[in-house]
Ligand binder design. Structure first.
Ligand code: NDP
Length: 448
């Protein structure tokens, strides 16, 4: 593990001691602190104002009980979370995740990442994240609706277009946002569209928001390729997951001339050398809420591998788009062996620290989620702009805005990496550029 700067070691020790057992949060903080040595050297004013220590402590953490009744009349119990991490740049902004693995450490790692990601977009949004250990899989529509309504009955009091604006994440898509926004509207008696993003197009949503994280991920990789004098044309690509981010990453890769030959869900992965048939994946995962395994029963060119590692499939480019820590050191070794040249994170923190080290030592170009997948939240901010002005932009205009934002995030990462003595290092560039904008705002706002 790389050493931390002597001024940052006590900060990290404090994070470990104050947040015991929250391993994902420790991992996310450590990754940022490892990049900040040159910043600490050049900017003593941040240490003087304890900016980094303050950044590592959420402004507010909300944990609440979510009782609801299932279809058989039994009372069920879940736990709800919202961590409002930092509002120096704007209202708290970040998604809600519904997955049985959710606990405070996951929500804090996601909220911490969100601060830097939102800062990198250049837009006026702070960082937050939330969710619940509720598992929507196998639940009826009515059960999902009752859960969302109960969840909102507590969370509504903390939200508002100038306060805290949630969106989707794993397990939370348009359906869940609809139920939560409906309940929010009912409780507050206000049609305050700007309180949620990821809304449906007929009730205040933005075009391209559904596609934004996947498209934005691919726009970023396209910039990486362009910087190396290359393109997607003819490239073999692996995309893990088959949810919102993965599906729209696959769509854009195919539009740009690449060929996605594998994708997955938590049950295993499929390989289709003819190129993944996206309309079939959408039908299975979106329309039927089925399993990716079904793909191989329909397409004769495909095979399904239960469990296993999708990274064993030979590729030029790999995009982890499912969940945290899904690409480990053996996975990285397999990618390196097969000649993979680019790994870019569509998901949040999907690559373990050991895997990142192995990839970078092997000369694989690696870009972190907080830069690569920032297109989702950036388009959420565009949705807020449209809501504020009661406007609705065309698909083409919104997609063009997204492409420009991703290109400028890419360039900001490289320019910052250059300026701080680590040319070509997307991790350092993203962490430092994201940090400085928030840190300067915190300095300006005083000790609050
Ligand atoms: P979805 O719920 O739409 O899809 C998640 C996908 O990942 C599914 O294919 C799911 O498979 C798989 N998955 C989830 N948990 C696991 C696990 N423990 N092991 C293996 N596979 C798993 O979520 P999204 O596509 O929205 O999110 C994917 C990632 O992208 C997350 O890290 C999220 O934080 C990040 N992200 C999402 C944004 C967005 O706008 N949606 C914005 C920025 C980042 P299964 O169906 O079997 O569970």
């Amino acid at each position: 593990m790389p050493l931390l700067h002597e001024q940052l070691t006590p900060v990290f020790d404090e994070v470990m001691n104050r947040n015991p057992g929250e391993t994902e949060f420790h991992q996310a903080v450590r990754e940022v602190l490892e990049s900040l040595s040159p910043v600490v050297e050049q900017h003593p004013e941040y240490a003087d104002a304890e900016i980094i220590r303050r950044l590592c402590e959420p402004e507010r953490q909300i944990i609440f009980r979510v009782p609801w009744t299932d279809d058989s009349g039994r009372v069920q119990l879940n736990r709800g979370f919202r961590v409002e991490f930092n509002s120096a740049l704007g209202p708290y902004k970040g998604g809600l995740r519904f997955h049985p693995s959710v606990y405070l450490g996951i929500v804090k790692f996601l909220g911490f990442e969100q601060i830097f990601k939102n800062s990198l977009t250049g837009l006026p949004i702070g960082g937050a994240k939330g969710g619940s250990d509720f598992d929507p899989k196998g639940r009826s529509e009515a059960e999902v609706m009752r859960f969302c309504q109960s969840f909102m009955l507590e969370l509504y009091r903390h939200l508002g277009e100038y306060t805290d604006v949630p969106a989707g994440d794993i397990g939370v898509g348009g359906r869940e946002i609809g139920y939560m926004f409906g309940q929010y509207k009912r409780i507050t008696n206000r049609y305050e569209s700007g309180t949620f993003t990821g809304k449906g197009l007929t009730w205040g949503g933005s075009r391209v928001r559904t596609e934004a994280t996947g498209y934005g991920t691919v726009f970023f990789v396209d910039e990486m390729l362009r910087a190396a004098g290359d393109s997607f044309e003819g490239k073999r690509v692996i995309v893990s997951g088959s949810g919102n981010v993965a599906i729209y990453a696959i769509e854009k890769i195919h539009q740009l001339g690449g060929r996605v030959i594998a994708c997955s869900d938590s049950g295993g992965y499929i390989v289709d050398e003819d190129g993944v048939d996206l309309s079939l994946v959408k039908e299975i995962k979106n329309d039927r809420r089925g399993r990716i395994e079904e793909y191989a029963t329909v397409r004769t060119s495909a095979r399904f591998v239960a469990g296993g590692s999708i990274w064993d499939v030979p590729s030029d480019i790999a995009l982890p788009c499912a969940t945290q820590n899904e690409l480990d050191e053996p996975g990285a070794t397999a990618l390196i062996r097969s000649g993979c040249r680019i790994v870019a994170e569509g998901a949040n923190m999907p690559t373990t620290p050991g895997a990142i080290r192995a990839l970078r030592e092997a000369g694989v170009s690696f870009a972190p989620g907080k830069a690569v997948n920032a297109g989702g939240v950036a388009t959420s901010a565009l949705e807020m702009q449209q809501n504020a002005s009661r406007d609705s932009w065309t698909f083409e205009h919104t997609e063009e805005r997204l492409a420009v934002i991703m290109s400028s995030i890419h360039d900001r990462c490289l320019e910052t990496a250059d300026r701080y003595g680590t040319p070509g290092d997307y991790v350092a560039g993203a962490n430092i550029a994201g940090f400085i904008r928030v840190a300067d705002a915190m300095l300006a706002l005083g000790v609050i």
